[in-house]
Design a protein. Structure first.
Length: 282
């Protein structure tokens, strides 16, 4: 049925997230083009990578959920029909979620390098890193179309990888577990360093954990043939999409402002010169 009240919540949520991410995207592009501020160069490209990763997921998902709200569930656009709409949604959802995880890893690494006053990657190096993130994410996302894995209806309003497919779950675990451990370890190291505000680093870690903590149990539940609790899938989707709301505030404002404030001189440049931030007072 078209215009069902039950179908309205997700488009509204995704619209708000898309607006937040649009502002983040615009600000990041301006930073990339700037040559005069401390955040230009590697940090700005990493921020733009994160914004694009979220856009890849949140914007098409908003469009598809809006179509379901306006047109109902009787067309191929509806995920539960497991037609082309399901495959498309599964593809962009996995592409966005995997690239989102990896872009957070890139930002975590930069955060630690800044804290340790280490040399920043050059603009060209960051572009290569960003390209590698999307290339890997794209490769993983097209595998189900090549017979390695599958996209299926989750039972709770959307399509994603088939967690009961051994290949899909194994591939996801191969990506999520190392990324999860790496991000947390890096954040702990950055926290111990003391250059960044401790609350900021804690929030970075909590945001990452909250977004992807359900992925690892989901893979093991699927591999074991278990049953997912009611609401598990939609909770994972809501938490994952929340990154499009959180990252613009966490990284686009707080992380960025901290870097600008603590860089008394232009320490991070577009050309990849040494970063020499002020050190915390003893």
């Amino acid at each position: 049925m078209a215009f069902s009240p039950g179908d309205a919540a997700m488009p509204v949520y995704l619209l708000i997230a898309s607006i937040f991410n649009s502002i983040f995207f615009y600000r990041s592009i301006k930073d990339v083009r700037s040559k005069e501020i401390a955040v230009s160069g590697a940090p700005s490209i990493a921020l733009l990578l994160t914004a694009i990763s979220e856009f890849v997921w949140v914007l098409p998902c908003f469009i598809q959920c809006f179509l379901v709200f306006v047109l109902g569930h009787d067309g191929d656009w509806a995920p539960e029909r497991e037609a082309s709409g399901c495959d498309v949604q599964g593809f962009y959802s996995q592409l966005g979620s995997v690239s989102g995880m990896l872009s957070t890893l890139v930002l975590a690494l930069l955060t630690l390098r800044i804290a340790r006053s280490q040399r920043m990657p050059s603009t060209s190096q960051m572009l290569v890193i960003s390209g590698a993130v999307f290339a890997l994410s794209l490769l993983v996302s097209v595998l189900p179309f090549m017979g390695a894995g599958n996209y299926s209806y989750s039972g709770e309003g959307f399509c994603y990888i088939d967690w009961y497919d051994n290949t899909s779950s194994a591939i996801m675990l191969t990506i999520v577990i190392p990324t999860f451990l790496a991000v947390i370890s890096i954040d702990v190291a950055a926290l111990a360093n003391g250059w960044w505000p401790r609350l900021l680093i804690v929030c970075m870690a909590l945001a990452f954990v909250s977004a992807w903590c359900l992925w690892i149990p989901a893979a093991f539940i699927g591999l074991s043939g278990g049953t997912f609790p009611d609401g598990y899938m939609i909770t994972g989707a809501v938490l994952g999409h929340a990154q499009a709301l959180i990252n613009p505030l966490l990284y686009g404002i707080w992380w960025r402002k901290t870097l600008l404030k603590k860089s008394a001189r232009q320490a991070v440049t577009a050309g990849g010169k040494d970063f020499t931030p002020e050190q915390p007072a003893p």
